[in-house]
Ligand binder design. Structure first.
Ligand code: SF4
Ligand code: SF4
Length: 451
């Protein structure tokens, strides 16, 4: 047995090593799982983040390994309450990791959009553009509430590029006040041109952009149904992806896959692979449009889950997933909604916790500030579903009661979620074997798992 990835350092400090009691009978912690890799097997502890490589013939019952497996919380006493252990660890991690102030701002420049995707959750909502006055006030608000260090601005919409003037005002205002910032954006990528790309790098300090593609040319153009299309939108967006990446912006392409576009998604992955696999600044991932399926249609859900796994594997084989080593361990939060260091700002200057709630369930405004009592409501955890109590990946799953798209899994969703985690652990194994363990830098898991 050897160690592939060590216990997360904060978790290691909190838990320490588990003591060994001679007369006690031990069993595998509920939050540990095996993953086969040829002759060897990985044993991952989802609570601590530690991954072991087991030699052929070894497992957690191998006598010689017991002292080490107990010390590192792979084995726990037979009567251990694993849920309690995990939740106590979570509470301690939250105290340990407390940061003062807000350093991440999701700014909706507009709720308007130049595309008309059939699945858009914002379809039909009131159109609002952020005014110059609110952009100026946003700068003052950021100055007042920010924590230490640089702030991150996440431009969002609608389509944020439909109101670039407010991005200019906010970035200029922060620069004038000596506040460091970097930005990221979620966009359809259609409205960029050379001048905007230059501006995004120099003025907005844009580091990363997420652009969604819904299919190859014909399907993409039909789904997006741009209201202002003058040329071939698919070709134009691909060109913008290339130009943004060449200008140093990392482009993460989200491939939306529903019940009906599996074959086309595979074709799209081939096209992207041919165009971008050599470009380190371009990556891709596949996301399932489960919301378009009937809630209880188990067959379609299972079918989509399986197809997502195939598509994700094809992306990985093409090299477009740009894997990084990630330590997969206990999460202490769900998303921006329960994160005290994050706030959303709507075009009218209202403070939001979730991008799905722009007009209600708000938590204040840029004039009077954030209401902590209202924010508390967003922190409620989703109650356990039938499968959660013994679900191996429970430590890395954190869902919120108020989340409009979250629910306890059925068995297919649980399998899909587990396979996603296992595939990250396998990637870690591949990357470490490729690079040599000493060169590895661990990146904590911080991505939003749900929306
Ligand atoms: S919601 Fe799903 S993934 Fe999360 S703990 Fe429950 S069964 Fe597991
Ligand atoms: S995960 Fe849910 S609560 Fe969080 S931002 Fe997304 S939709 Fe909102």
């Amino acid at each position: 047995m050897k160690t592939l990835i060590e216990t997360d350092s904060m978790i290691g400090k909190i838990l320490g090593k588990q003591g060994y009691e001679e007369d006690t009978s031990y069993r595998l912690l509920s939050w540990c799982g095996y993953i086969d890799v040829g002759e060897e097997r990985l044993l991952h502890n989802y609570m601590t983040g530690k991954t072991l490589v087991m030699e052929p013939g070894e497992d957690h019952d191998t006598k010689d390994l017991k002292p080490e497996l107990i010390a590192d919380w792979f084995l726990v006493p037979e009567d251990s309450n694993d849920v309690q252990l995990l939740e106590e660890l979570r509470s301690a991690m939250k105290l340990f990791d407390y940061k003062k102030g807000i350093n991440s701002f999701k700014i909706l420049t507009t709720t308007d959009c130049n595309a008309r995707c059939f699945y858009c959750y914002e379809a039909g909502i009131k159109k609002e553009n952020m005014s110059r006055e609110n952009a100026e006030k946003t700068v003052g608000f950021i100055e007042k509430v920010r924590g230490e260090g640089e702030v991150t601005l996440a431009w969002f919409g609608g389509e944020p590029m439909m109101n670039t003037e407010v991005m200019d005002i906010i970035c200029r205002g922060l620069k004038d006040r000596g506040i460091g910032y970097a930005s990221v954006m979620t966009s359809n990528g259609y409205l960029f041109d050379e001048e905007q790309i230059e501006k995004s790098v120099i003025d907005w300090n844009l580091k990363n952009i997420q652009i969604t593609l819904d299919g190859t040319k014909k399907i993409y153009n039909k789904v997006k149904a741009y209201t202002d299309a003058e040329d071939d939108p698919y070709e134009r967006v691909l060109k913008n992806i290339r130009n943004l990446a060449d200008a140093g912006v990392r482009v993460n392409i989200r491939l939306n896959m529903g019940a009906g576009n599996f074959d086309d998604t595979l074709k799209l992955i081939d096209e992207l692979s041919a165009g971008f696999s050599e470009n380190e600044n371009v990556s891709a991932y596949v996301s399932g449009l489960f919301q378009e399926l009937e809630k209880d249609d188990v067959t379609l859900k299972k079918d989509l889950s399986e197809k997502l796994i195939i598509a994700a594997k094809k992306i990985a084989d093409s090299g477009l997933d740009r894997p990084k080593i990630k330590n997969i361990h206990t999460r202490t939060g769900g998303c921006m909604a329960d994160n005290d260091n994050h706030i959303g700002i709507s075009p009218s200057g209202k403070l939001m916790k979730c991008e799905h709630f722009i007009f209600d369930r708000l938590v204040g405004d840029i004039d009077s500030g954030k209401d902590d009592e209202l924010s508390k409501g967003w922190k409620e955890r989703m109650p356990d579903g039938d499968l959660c109590g013994k679900c191996t990946v429970r430590p890395v799953c954190y869902r919120l009661e108020g989340c409009p798209v979250s629910h306890p899994c059925d068995e297919f969703e649980q399998r899909e979620f587990t396979l996603r985690k296992e595939s990250q652990i396998l990637k870690n194994w591949e990357l470490i074997n490729r690079k040599g363990a000493k060169n590895v830098e661990l990146t904590a898991v911080s991505d939003n798992e749900i929306c």
